[in-house]
Write a protein that binds this ligand. Structure first.
Ligand code: AMP
Ligand code: GLY
Length: 425
């Protein structure tokens, strides 16, 4: 069967890598892909939001399964369009994807179904928002309602900063229409975790917890990024806490969506804060996380295409989803300047050295081929991912591999996974 993967980041590289190991997959296409993906799939120059061209391509090539990596095409309703035309696609409908694309929709759902989350108000004008901020005090969190490429959340340490942020979002429209409405919410304190599940709308099968590292610098300092690294499993999250997250958060979310006429299927990612009062939802994503997918899918032992087919056919069965007991760590290497303006076109060396290592894979994100050389083409460039007997071993292997790679201006965090080690110790 031919498979089409949509997207061009590290998440899509690991998806293609894992699909290539499936006994059901034949030829694999990726639109638009990157230089690493091009080694194992045919890259097609169609952008991920050009739904009509993707549809024509899938028809023309008789693609048997389409897998959507990023949120943008899902929010645009790519799954609805494909299904209407009889094409099989893994991912939620446009309505269900609102759980990520509209923070007000997600907050309303949580409030209606008693799902634990930060207290919040929803605002459409600066004055009322400012009054609310003055009433609640700082620190306080301001979020643009719509999709803002992971940049639409500001944790304001003063009332002035919060009010200025509201103005930037609502008046200056730095995130365009996404900032027409803002959510202002209570600042939650605790350890953050990513909790992903496969679901066909009825059965819900959890993946092992993972943890992202959002800030650009060591020790969780500096501005937020798309994610500088991730690891799994997360020793701080006991079986008991996982059961609580499933029973009090994930299952009620999926049932709530079904109850409101937008049944969910695909991967549901819940961003959790483990607070003193128990786990609370920070956000939902309607897809795999990036970089969480890299360590998670390296640990997945089952055939991912079989799982995706079971989701589409509504016969998902937990016993068919098995995980390696090993730990996995992904260290992201970024371009100079990221997450602000960054350099492109730097030649990357050392990748062949890492190819020779066991249980280490370099998933590409912002890379492209130029004169037969692999060069940087984005902010997050590579996700160096290793399996190890335990977290410490996986960390050592990942950094060993990172040490062999070079490009001008590259930077990465040196403490990926250390939070997990501290939690054990
Ligand atoms: P979001 O896109 O909603 O996940 O927000 C991005 C990041 O901002 C999260 O991963 C958290 O680190 C942080 N964040 C979001 N909401 C809150 C909150 N209510 N309290 C503390 N931190 C938050
Ligand atoms: N790693 C965070 C995300 O994928 O949204």
């Amino acid at each position: 069967m031919k498979v089409l993967v949509i997207g061009s980041g590290g998440r899509e590289h690991v998806l293609v890598w894992k699909i290539a190991r499936s006994r059901c997959a034949g030829k694999i296409y990726c639109a638009p892909g990157n230089a690493g993906i091009a080694k194992i799939a045919e890259c097609i120059p169609i952008s991920n939001d050009d739904i009509q061209s993707l549809l024509s391509f899938a028809h023309k090539e008789k693609v048997g399964l389409t897998v959507v990596g990023p949120e943008a095409p899902l929010a645009l309703g790519i799954a609805d369009t494909f299904r209407k035309e009889g094409l099989r696609i893994f991912g939620p409908s446009g309505n269900a994807a609102q759980i990520e694309a509209s923070k007000t929709f997600a907050k309303g759902l949580m409030q209606r179904y008693g799902i634990p989350t930060a207290d919040a108000g929803i605002f459409t004008d600066v004055d009322t928002a400012s009054e609310y901020i003055k009433e609640k005090g700082a620190p306080i969190v301001v979020k643009a309602n719509g999709l803002a490429a992971g940049k639409g959340v500001v944790i304001a340490s003063s009332e002035d900063e919060a009010i200025n942020t509201v103005r930037m979002m609502m008046v200056e429209r730095v995130f365009g229409e996404a900032g027409k409405q803002v959510i202002i919410e209570e600042w939650l304190e605790g350890e953050e975790a990513s909790f992903l599940v496969f679901t066909d709308g009825k059965s819900v099968v959890q993946m092992p917890p993972s943890q992202d590292h959002k800030r650009v610098f060591d020790g969780d300092t500096g501005p937020n990024t798309g994610g500088m690294g991730a690891y799994s499993p997360v020793p701080a999250i006991s079986r008991d806490i996982q059961d609580r997250i499933m029973n009090d958060i994930v299952v009620p979310t999926i049932n709530g969506l079904a109850n409101e006429g937008c049944p969910y299927e695909g991967v549901l990612y819940t961003g959790i804060m483990l607070t003193q009062c128990g786990p609370k939802v920070l956000e939902y994503n309607c897809r795999f996380g990036d970089p969480e997918a890299q360590p998670l899918l390296m640990r997945l032992q089952s055939d991912i295409v079989e799982i995706m087919e079971a989701v589409i056919d509504k016969r998902l069965d937990g016993s068919a989803v098995r995980w390696d007991d090993k730990a996995s760590v992904c260290v992201v290497i970024a371009s100079a300047g990221y997450p602000d303006k960054y350099q492109k076109g730097e030649v990357i060396t050392g990748l062949e050295e890492v190819d020779k290592m066991n249980d280490v894979v370099v998933y590409h994100a912002g890379t492209t081929l130029h004169d037969e050389r692999i060069v940087t083409a984005g902010g997050r460039v590579l996700g160096v991912t290793a399996l190890g007997d335990d977290l410490k071993d996986a960390i050592e292997r990942a950094y060993d591999a990172v040490g062999k790679i070079h490009f001008n201006g590259m930077h990465y965090r040196r403490d990926i996974g250390q939070r997990g080690i501290r939690a054990i110790g």
